[in-house]
Design a protein around this ligand. Structure first.
Ligand SMILES: [Zn+2]
Length: 92
């Protein structure tokens, strides 16, 4: 994948990992607050929907990472580890 100059985008999960360690915001706000900065593929796969639960959104994010961003499939079943990885000890 060639980088396109001018626009900086990243995996949504990577953005969560970078910025998700704060303790003040709601969990869904952490994810959706970073959503606008994420790559288009992530925005399509994880639509902003505040009627979803945190578990549902993180499940979609993990599935998308496996499908589109080369996360090893053996990690796909371990949502708790994924959450800890992204949000550290402040995750639920
Ligand atoms: Zn993506």
């Amino acid at each position: 994948m060639a980088g396109r100059p001018g626009k900086l985008t990243s995996n949504l999960s990577y953005l969560c990992w970078l910025h998700g360690k704060g303790e003040c915001e709601k969990d869904l706000d952490k994810v959706f607050g970073l959503w606008a900065l994420a790559s288009g593929c992530c925005q399509e796969a994880i639509p902003v929907d505040y009627s979803s639960t945190y578990e549902e959104v993180l499940g979609k994010l993990l599935a998308h990472d496996v499908a589109a961003h080369g996360i090893p499939a053996e990690n796909a079943g371990d949502l708790d580890a994924f959450k800890r990885q992204l949000f550290g000890r402040y995750g639920p």
